[in-house]
Design a binder for this molecule. Structure first.
Ligand code: HEC
Ligand code: HEC
Ligand code: HEC
Ligand code: HEC
Ligand code: HEC
Ligand code: HEC
Ligand code: HEC
Ligand code: HEC
Length: 459
């Protein structure tokens, strides 16, 4: 009797455990009570005719298929600045906070990332082109389209045309939340597959100062992606580097994507010996245990919406800086690489990168920054940021050629690291920066250059 029932009970227990585990394992698991509002049916029926494009995008999407409807996202509360009456109280803008009702994890990670602070970056510095030469219209269609606008709401809940439409990455919303999830998850498909494609990031990450898309596309990784993009299972729910795809990484693989936990490579030789012995003994259990990946730490190897969490350097300041907790962040980035490359290969890539960055810092960025400061102290330059010829040359060295070189080296593109990067940088330094310093300082130039370690360019 018991013998027969036992397996059935086991199956039941296992099923319950598996279902629970499946719920936990899928980060985006959402309790069914949270969606499928009956009011939404009315929206859907009318919008099938009113806006067939939106209706069809939504119907195709994973959320549409699951039964998340228009009202589940567009609903608004009494008192929301941008709420207006449209059959029901709704808002056009669905903010990250609205998505957080069902996707809290993604919301929190996004808010912690530098992406969420992209508007603050505009306010902090801003370029002369943006503020002086272009004017606010161009700031909106240019800078703010990537960085984000501060959404203004007019009376009656209407969004001001001075700030919307806008889906910049750090947009400040009427509910004070930052960002727009639709910057990457294009509505109304909200597809993970589309968000994983490098073109999604390339909308903002391309150009003279942030040539990540160009650098990536010309690298071995970008070449592999182009050659095998249709075989990389990019529509799969689970997308582990090295397992669900292996042809090459995309931006998302390295900066956001999931990976299986690392195998502990410490004492590898010892463990290989032990593993061999267990095979000879015929002890399969011991063998498997020895090869099983060990979580070296409690770190999250899943998808992260915090794009800052795996970066050890910051290339945005004129002189590159190591980040807080940079070793831990680097380890996370290297854990991705190690799904497809060996330990030494990866470690040495980062050594080469560090050397390039340090050389850029010591040979160009630090002297140029110090010399410019000295010229300001001597009264030869104004302390304003971009009004003198020398400022513009300096800007180009640190923000254009300097960024190309560092991003090119980090993302494995020799053309950016050297030809468009260091080579152009050295040329501009030699042929423009130093002559301009000479024009301002005359005979005092050589002692100035020497003081900042720059006696000989060809060193
Ligand atoms: C009887 C038809 C009908 C129903 C029901 C309806 N809508 Fe609309 N909706 C429209 C039409 C037509 C437009 C476009 C013209 C306009 O803006 O007035 C529109 C516009 C919108 C807009 C854009 C507003 C703007 O100013 O650009 C949103 C968002 C929207 N609807 C969401 C919803 C939601 C959510 C519901 C359900 C609570 C809903 N609609 C119910 C017909 C409808
Ligand atoms: C998963 C959440 C979600 C669902 C479901 C959803 N929307 Fe939206 N919708 C958004 C987001 C996000 C935006 C972008 C608003 C912004 O930030 O500018 C948007 C924008 C809009 C706009 C204005 C932009 C435009 O292109 O005109 C309309 C109209 C609209 N939605 C209608 C609908 C209708 C109709 C449905 C149901 C068929 C629907 N939405 C379902 C999230 C959603
Ligand atoms: C009312 C609940 C609810 C809200 C609000 C909501 N979602 Fe979802 N979302 C879901 C559910 C449920 C799923 C799972 C669908 C499935 O199981 O395939 C999902 C899945 C997703 C996915 C995975 C899509 C894929 O290709 O598999 C993305 C991306 C996503 N949501 C983004 C968003 C964004 C962005 C917003 C805000 C604009 C949002 N969601 C708002 C319930 C919601
Ligand atoms: C095509 C999209 C795009 C446009 C347009 C754009 N930016 Fe950016 N901006 C970026 C990206 C991407 C970065 C991050 C670069 C990186 O990390 O390498 C950035 C970085 C910056 C930074 C440095 C941020 C920091 O954390 O230190 C400032 C300041 C800035 N941009 C200002 C501006 C201004 C002002 C304008 C308009 C004149 C502008 N940007 C236009 C995409 C853009
Ligand atoms: C910088 C681009 C970007 C932004 C912005 C972004 N996402 Fe995503 N999101 C992605 C990518 C890429 C994936 C797929 C990652 C993977 O599986 O490799 C993803 C996956 C998801 C998933 C599925 C999660 C899972 O574990 O499978 C959800 C849900 C989601 N995003 C919600 C959101 C919400 C909510 C926001 C706004 C707070 C948001 N996303 C903003 C790029 C983005
Ligand atoms: C709508 C524009 C936009 C899109 C799309 C976008 N980014 Fe960004 N990203 C930015 C801006 C602007 C910054 C600079 C923010 C700052 O420094 O204030 C940035 C910064 C970053 C950083 C540097 C963060 C740091 O801490 O320095 C990384 C890494 C990054 N983005 C990766 C991605 C990836 C990967 C994607 C695609 C999945 C993506 N971004 C899509 C605009 C965008
Ligand atoms: C093979 C992995 C890999 C791929 C693919 C990749 N990156 Fe990177 N990325 C890196 C590494 C490594 C760094 C430098 C890491 C560090 O700071 O230690 C970096 C740095 C960055 C930065 C920070 C620059 C700064 O100012 O500090 C941005 C932004 C960025 N990548 C965006 C992208 C985008 C967008 C793509 C796709 C077009 C992409 N990356 C593809 C590995 C990758
Ligand atoms: C999904 C698998 C995958 C991941 C993840 C991955 N790579 Fe690669 N990588 C490849 C493949 C495939 C090649 C091409 C091999 C060759 O050069 O023949 C390659 C090539 C390279 C090259 C050689 C470039 C050249 O021009 O010769 C370097 C360096 C490199 N990867 C570094 C890294 C680093 C560092 C990381 C992590 C930040 C990383 N890779 C992540 C698959 C991957």
């Amino acid at each position: 009797m018991t013998d027969k029932r036992y397996p059935q009970q086991m199956i039941l227990v296992l099923t319950v455990v598996l279902l629970f585990w499946a719920g936990k394992a899928c980060a985006y698991y959402v309790e069914p009570e949270k969606y499928g509002s009956p009011i939404g049916e009315v929206c859907v029926q009318c919008h099938k005719e009113a806006t067939p494009g939106i209706y069809n995008q939504w119907k195709e999407s994973a959320m549409g298929q699951a039964g998340v409807n228009c009202y589940d996202c567009h609903r608004a509360e009494e008192g929301d600045a941008d709420a207006f009456e449209h059959k029901e109280l709704i808002a056009i803008v669905v903010t990250p906070k609205d998505c957080a009702r069902c996707h809290e994890k993604e919301f929190k990670e996004f808010q912690a990332s530098r992406h969420a602070d992209a508007v603050a970056a505009l306010e902090r510095t801003g370029s002369p082109e943006g503020h002086i030469a272009w004017g606010p219209e161009h700031e909106l269609t240019g800078c703010a389209s990537c960085h984000g606008s501060v959404l203004e709401v007019r009376e009656g809940g209407m969004l001001s045309p001075e700030s919307w439409p806008n889906t910049g990455i750090g947009r400040i919303n009427p509910d004070k939340s930052k960002g727009s999830c639709t910057a990457c998850h294009t509505r109304h498909m909200f597809s993970r597959e589309q968000a994983r494609r490098p073109e999604t990031c390339g909308r903002c990450h391309s150009g003279a100062e942030y040539p990540q898309k160009e650098a990536y596309s010309g690298s071995k990784h970008g070449i592999m992606y182009q050659a095998y993009r249709d075989d990389m299972n990019m529509d799969r729910r689970r997308w582990l580097a090295g397992q669900d795809y292996f042809q090459g990484p995309t931006c998302v693989s390295c900066h956001m994507g999931a990976m299986p936990p690392q195998m502990d490579v410490k004492n590898a030789d010892e463990r290989i010996d032990q593993a061999l012995r267990s095979v000879l003994k015929g002890d399969e259990r011991e063998f498997k245990a020895l090869l099983a990946p060990t979580r070296v730490s409690k770190r999250n190897y899943g998808v992260t919406h915090d794009v800052s969490s795996r970066l050890s350097w910051d290339f945005k300041p004129a002189v590159s800086e190591k980040r807080e907790d940079w070793q831990m962040k680097r380890e996370m980035m290297q854990a991705v690489c190690k799904q497809c490359h060996g330990d030494h290969f990866v470690g040495q890539h980062f050594m080469q990168l560090d050397h390039l960055v340090e050389r850029y810092n010591n040979k160009f960025a630090e002297p140029a920054t110090a010399i410019r400061k000295a010229l300001i102290r001597e009264g030869k330059l104004s302390s304003d940021e971009y009004d003198d010829k020398l400022d513009k040359i300096y800007w180009s060295i640190v923000n254009e050629e300097g960024r190309k070189a560092r991003n090119g080296a980090a993302m494995m593109n020799p053309g950016y690291a050297w030809d468009k990067g260091m080579k152009e940088l050295a040329k501009r330094f030699d042929e423009e920066f130093i002559p301009e310093v000479r024009a301002l300082m005359g005979r005092k130039t050589d002692s100035l250059l020497e003081k900042y370690g720059y006696a000989d360019l060809h060193h």
